[in-house]
Design a protein around this ligand. Structure first.
Ligand SMILES: [Zn+2]
Length: 437
């Protein structure tokens, strides 16, 4: 394997930045170097230091004056919804029935699933996202298509076949038994194959019968190393319907709690309208609340109280995500821009270092993969994004007045999109420039 040396302005986080001047929370090199070999970062530091370790003759890729960061992670996204995104005029439950379920029923056709999986991962890489936690459709073939495409690209992705057996059209339903059997088969075939990770994926309490929820709990007990992903407390009508379907439950979170679905690898999309008891239950179990700002604004679901969740006595672990196709953009930069506004509407601010921590190390920690991705640490996988804050005329002009790294990051978040992503590396291989348009 030939090694290569990336040169540029490297930025990687060590921990959550408490404040905008909390310099010890990140490592920034104005002239930085990353030595990559065998898909991993084997040396990181100043270019001069790393060059010394690499020895003369190493291939150098010069990305100056651009920023080199760990690839972004998206903690909640629906790959079968690429033709649902930008659907007009509905709140959550109507939006599912009117747009999402009919669209996902097309994934009965395995060929359609393969086409969309390919285009989806292209789109993620174009936007600088190197790892996702993805929902597939209910069809086993959709998960096979996703994993095959992800494995082919050597991406680290987390995904699962959705389990849903009621309150949706026949074309998108399984049964408690087929949902269990197909999930088992997919775990056996894909979990741990290359960089692929399986997530047990009951869509949410409304579309799973109590029998299926039991089965999801059994799967979690049989495979405690796996992720579990579902939706929680997104919208008031959803919460009320869940209470009707599970009349014994104390609250929405209690439904998942009783079936044994809370835990450190459990990812709960949305978590907007939680009671204090629910937030405590998520905190105590180490579960992750996933913030999906563009989706929450688009569907009119509500404002996730990011800073309050972080600051409470029993804080929540938080990830950030696009939630495409309820979300309205594939870009994690656009996502954090909208996230900033949601947090502002709650009377708080998220500083740019906190934002970029969240997109990289923060999401990697929330997804329990920070030993592999989300930093530029030596020994981790070389999943990397190269960002250009001069990528549009408006950004170039604004950059004339930018003086600090914090200002540059904030500009990237506020004005940046896929055009700001100059290159992406997946396990050390250039991946954006390799996409055939
Ligand atoms: Zn979702």
């Amino acid at each position: 394997m030939t090694s290569k040396l990336l040169r540029g302005r490297t930025l990687s986080f060590l921990r959550w930045p408490e404040a905008i001047d909390d310099h010890s929370a990140w490592r920034y090199e104005e002239d930085g170097g990353l030595l990559i070999d065998g898909g991993r970062i084997i040396a990181a530091g100043s270019y001069a230091e790393v060059l010394k370790k690499a020895g003369a003759g190493v291939e150098t890729i010069d990305h100056r004056p651009h920023l080199i960061l760990p690839g972004f992670l998206d903690a909640h996204v629906h790959f079968p919804q690429m033709q649902v995104i930008a659907s007009y005029g509905a709140e959550l439950l109507d939006w599912l029935n009117k747009y999402t379920f009919p669209e996902e029923s097309k994934f009965q056709n395995a060929q359609h699933g393969r086409r969309i999986a390919r285009l989806f991962l292209d789109e993620m890489l174009r936007h600088g996202t190197t790892t996702v936690a993805a929902y597939c459709s209910v069809h086993k073939s959709s998960a096979e298509a996703f994993f095959a495409e992800s494995h082919e690209r050597n991406m680290l992705n987390i995904a699962g076949k959705v389990m849903m057996d009621r309150n949706a059209p026949d074309g998108v339903l399984d049964t408690p038994q087929t949902g269990y059997d197909e999930t088992k088969a997919l775990i056996a075939e894909w979990h741990g194959k290359g960089r692929q990770l399986y997530a047990i994926t009951p869509r949410f309490a409304i579309t799973s019968s109590p029998e299926q929820m039991e089965m999801a709990g059994v799967l979690c007990r049989e495979h405690p190393e796996l992720h579990m992903q579902t939706h929680l407390s997104e919208n008031h009508a959803e919460i009320a319907f869940t209470q009707e379907l599970y009349p014994w439950s104390r609250d929405y979170t209690d439904v998942y709690e009783r079936y044994g679905l809370l835990g450190k690898k459990s990812l709960f999309g949305h978590c907007i309208h939680l009671s204090e008891r629910e937030a405590d239950a998520l905190s105590q179990s180490g579960s992750v609340a996933v913030f999906c700002p563009t989706s929450n604004l688009f569907l009119g679901s509500g404002l996730f109280d990011y800073q309050r969740y972080r600051r409470r006595e029993k804080p929540l672990r938080i990830a950030a995500a696009t939630d495409v196709g309820g979300g309205t953009n594939y870009s994690m930069l656009r996502t954090m821009d909208e996230g900033y506004k949601v947090i502002a509407l709650n009377g708080e601010k998220l500083n740019p270092f906190q934002s970029f921590w969240q997109l990289t190390r923060g999401n990697a920690e929330a997804l329990s993969v920070s030993d592999k991705v989300g930093t530029l640490d030596e020994g981790t996988d070389a999943d990397i994004v190269v960002l250009d804050a001069h990528s549009t005329p408006g950004m170039r002009l604004r950059m004339e007045t930018v003086e600090t790294l914090a200002e540059e990051l904030f500009l990237l978040q506020t004005l940046g999109d896929d055009r700001a992503v100059r290159e992406v590396y997946v396990a050390g291989r250039p991946a954006k420039s390799a996409i055939v348009a």
